[in-house]
Structure formats: C-alpha cells, structure tokens
Design a protein around this ligand. Structure first.
Ligand SMILES: NC(=O)c1ccc[n+]([C@@H]2O[C@H](COP(=O)([O-])OP(=O)(O)OC[C@H]3O[C@@H](n4cnc5c(N)ncnc54)[C@H](OP(=O)(O)O)[C@@H]3O)[C@@H](O)[C@H]2O)c1
Length: 441
C-alpha cells in the first residue's frame, strides 16, 4: 500500500515541538509539492496534561505515557523533543522495535549514552535522524556523514553554544563583566533561567562528541572529554587578548594528531582575529571542518531556537520517511549500516597536548615577583614569549598588578603545574586565569 499521509507522534510540545508544528503548518504546501507527502501530527506526549498550550496543538491527542506514540500501529514516525534522556532511550528502543522512524533533538542522549545508542543506529540506520542535536541551522551531521564521507577529517573546531558565544561577544563588544552579560542574555531569552550547561561547556561537549564520533568514525566516551567553561573569563581578559591580536571563544574542538591520536576538548580559547571563527558573534554558531583533500570548510548559522531547529527535524523526517517501504518515493537514501560502524575510540588527554598559553596572574606589586614567576615557569620547562604588566587594582592598600604571560608551545600538564605553584605563592592574589591559544584555527 502506498501512503501519502504520514502519521506522526511527538514526544514533547515545548520550544522545539511548537517550532516543528509551526514549520509543518507554514510550509505544508511547499513540503507536499517537493515530497508528495502530508505530515499529520496525531498524538503527543507531554509531562503535564493540564498545562495551557497554543491553539496549534488543539487537534493533537495528548498523553503522559510514551507508549501512547511508540506502540500505536497508526504512528509512522516518532519525534522525540523532550530533553529527558531515560525517556528518550526507552522511546528509541520501543520505536525501533516497532519498525517506525525515530527523530530526536536530544544531544545528551546520543553524547552520553553512545554505547547503547550507536549500535541501534547501526542496525536501523535508515530509520534514524538526529541532525537537530547539533547546531540548529548548521547541517553538520549530514555534511560530515554524507557530503564529506570520502574525506579524512583532521580537525573540527566549533562555536556551537549560542548562549556562551552571546555572553563572550557581548562582554567584548559592550565591555561588560561576565555576570552583566549573562543577565542580559537571560533578559533577551538567549539563556535559560538555569544556564549552567551552556556556561560550563557541557552542552558544547555533548555536541562536539557527536560530531567527533561521526568525523573520526569512532565512539568516544563522553566522560573522557576535557571540559572547561567560561565562568572565570573577565572583560579584562578579552581586552588583553585583543591587544595581542586575539579574540576569546568557547570552542568545542575535535582533533586528530599527526600520530593518529584523537583529542576532544571544550575550553575558552584564544584564536587569531583573522580566524574565520573570530567574526562569529552573538547567538550564531559555526563549525570549521578541515580535511586533507577538502582544505577548510565553514558552516555558519543560528545554532538553536525553535525555528532553525525545526528545519533540521523536518529535513530528517523527510529522509527517514523516504526510507519507509510504504512510501512511493522509498529509495534508501541513507548510507548502509557501515555509516555507524564505529570502532571504540581512545582520547588523548589535554594534558598531553602542546599549545601556546595565556596566563593572567594578579599579583602584589613588589620587587622580585616577576623573577619568581619566570623562575617557576621555566622550572616547568616552559619558555615565555611575552610578558605584559598592567595596573590591576588596589586591595587592602596593596597595589596589585596583572601580569600577562604568553608562552611558547608547552605541554598542558606543565602549565597546570606552574599555575598551581604560582597560586600557592603569597604574592598571588587571585587564582591565575589560563587560556590556550590556537594559532591554526
Ligand atoms: N530549545 C532549543 O533551541 C533546542 C535546540 C536544539 C535542540 N534542542 C533539544 O530539543 C529537546 C527539547 O528542547 P525544548 O527546548 O523544546 O524543551 P522544552 O521547551 O523544555 O520542552 C520539553 C517538552 O517535553 C515534555 N517533556 C519533558 N519531559 C517529559 C517527560 N518525562 N515525559 C513527558 N513529556 C516530557 C514537556 O512537557 P510539558 O509541556 O508538559 O512540560 C515539553 O512539552 C531537548 O533535547 C533539547 O536539548 C533544543
């Protein structure tokens, strides 16, 4: 039997769920003209049945039980937009066991439960879509999985959290402190009331882990990713960075080293003002993908929000549906199961990598401090390339200065040792701020 009407069951009618309904409604004719398919949202699962919902949901039957959509034989595709990891994992298993399509925007599910999720994706490849997990209007999953399939990727450097990027670029442009920029982000709706996972790098780590798995064809453990947030960056650091020709971005980086080892990290990073990622400001996201035949390729766009994310969900939906056998256009668009045939991946810890480093030391303005700092750093086998000295503040009648130290390439482990030793000295008044410098991005 050939079907033109595809029945959908949603799990979640929140920001992305409503954005998805908006898009299907606004572009109903356009989607039908291009695909010959009508999408009908029959049922949805929510956590509260008494919550007031917009009129666009009036014709949808609601339940709080995910089986309501995963086990209904009339539902062809389940679209999981709840954010709940354990619910999503159970719904994924149930949906696939009933041979329906499954689309998700749940980055935490894939990043944290990869060991369970990737084998299911391998087995049911053509029935799965997860583009919406990473970067809203950046079609990075499809680009890496399909367009760049023959390429050997050595680097993916991303600005992939709009909230963190908004905060850092607002601090830089408006000369605000972190707390002021965060407040502005919350007021403007660019940050959740609890923005912890955006600020501490967890959200970026989820996304870069998914990207790295696809780019390097390996399953990496989420807990092994090195992660630092932006909480300790001050407007002073952004000013000092600018005076040295850099901007500071929260990067999610996945690298393959010359010795074929892999590294994934999230940390605030100094990149050159001339980098293609430097002008990415506000809530925008970008991903720089480097391959041996490709050179550098850049994706740019709004990373989150109801409507950009909805485009990714609908795009996945059309792919998945075109693989359902009862659809006229069924033609197996996806790659065969090898697309998710990942080896187990080991990660090189950041401590083993070499970077140039920026340190901001807030120290007492007294004789001998500079030479003590230089001594500690050189004792840890690090050579200094530049030192700047700036008046910092007056604390208890004591003049403080900022010492900005830029090092030559040095192992992270040695920098960490130097920081701990400097911090333990009497002259150190505020714990040092440390940023890695990436000159090749
Ligand atoms: N917001 C974005 O811009 C964005 C972008 C990309 C990806 N995502 C991802 O998309 C997913 C949804 O995000 P969102 O911002 O739309 O979230 P949201 O606004 O909080 O909406 C979540 C929806 O799921 C329902 N829900 C949550 N837990 C449930 C449970 N245990 N049982 C049944 N229903 C449950 C909620 O029901 P009630 O309505 O009854 O509360 C709500 O309708 C998340 O995985 C998120 O990471 C979001």
């Amino acid at each position: 039997m050939v079907k033109k009407n595809i029945n959908l069951g949603l799990i979640g009618l929140g920001t992305v769920g409503i954005g998805f309904i908006d898009l299907l409604t606004a572009h109903k004719k356009l989607i039908f003209d291009k695909t010959n398919l009508n999408f009908i949202i029959k049922k949805a699962v929510v956590s509260s049945l008494s919550k007031k919902r917009p009129p666009c949901t009036d014709s949808i039957e609601l339940s709080t039980n995910p089986d309501f959509v995963t086990e209904d034989p009339d539902i062809d595709v389940v679209i999981e937009l709840s954010g709940d990891i354990s619910l999503a994992l159970q719904a994924l298993k149930n949906t696939l066991s009933h041979k329906k399509g499954f689309i998700t925007a749940n980055k935490a599910l894939i990043a944290e439960k990869g060991e369970q999720v990737w084998p299911l994706f391998k087995q049911h490849n053509s029935l799965i879509g997860f583009e919406a997990c990473v970067g809203g209007s950046l079609p990075i999953v499809k680009v890496i999985k399909e367009s760049f399939m023959p390429e050997q990727i050595s680097l993916v450097a991303t600005i992939i959290n709009g909230t963190a990027n908004y905060i850092l670029s607002t601090m830089e442009q408006e000369q605000l402190d972190f707390a002021e920029a965060l407040k502005l982000a919350i007021t403007k709706g660019y940050a959740e009331p609890d923005p912890t996972m955006d600020i501490d790098g967890t959200d970026t780590a989820h996304k870069i882990n998914i990207i790295a798995n696809l780019a390097f064809h390996r399953a990496f453990k989420f807990t092994k990713i090195d992660k630092e947030g932006i909480e300790r960056i001050t407007k002073k650091d952004l000013i000092y960075a600018k005076s040295l020709g850099y901007v500071v971005k929260l990067l999610g980086i996945a690298k393959k080293t010359d010795s074929n080892e892999h590294h994934i990290a999230v940390h605030p990073t100094m990149i050159k003002e001339s980098s293609s990622l430097a002008p990415v400001r506000g809530v925008y996201n970008a991903a720089l993908i480097r391959g041996d035949f490709l050179g550098d390729s850049l994706l740019y766009g709004e990373g989150a929000g109801a409507h950009p994310t909805a485009v990714a969900v609908v795009s996945d939906l059309i792919d998945v549906v075109s693989n359902l056998t009862f659809v006229e256009s069924a033609k197996m668009r996806h790659f065969p199961q090898t697309a998710y045939n990942f080896q187990k991946g080991e990660l090189l810890a950041v401590t083993e990598l070499k970077h140039e480093h920026y340190l901001r030391l807030t120290v007492k303005d007294s004789i001998g401090v500079l030479s003590k700092v230089a001594k500690i750093i050189s004792a840890n086998e690090i050579s200094i390339s530049k030192i700047l000295q700036q008046e910092s503040s007056i604390n208890d009648n004591q003049h403080l200065i900022d010492l900005i130290v830029i090092t030559h390439r040095a192992k992270d482990v040695n920098i960490k040792k130097s920081i701990a030793q400097i911090d333990a000295e009497d002259f150190s008044c505020i714990s040092p701020v440390h940023l890695r410098i990436e000159k090749n991005i």
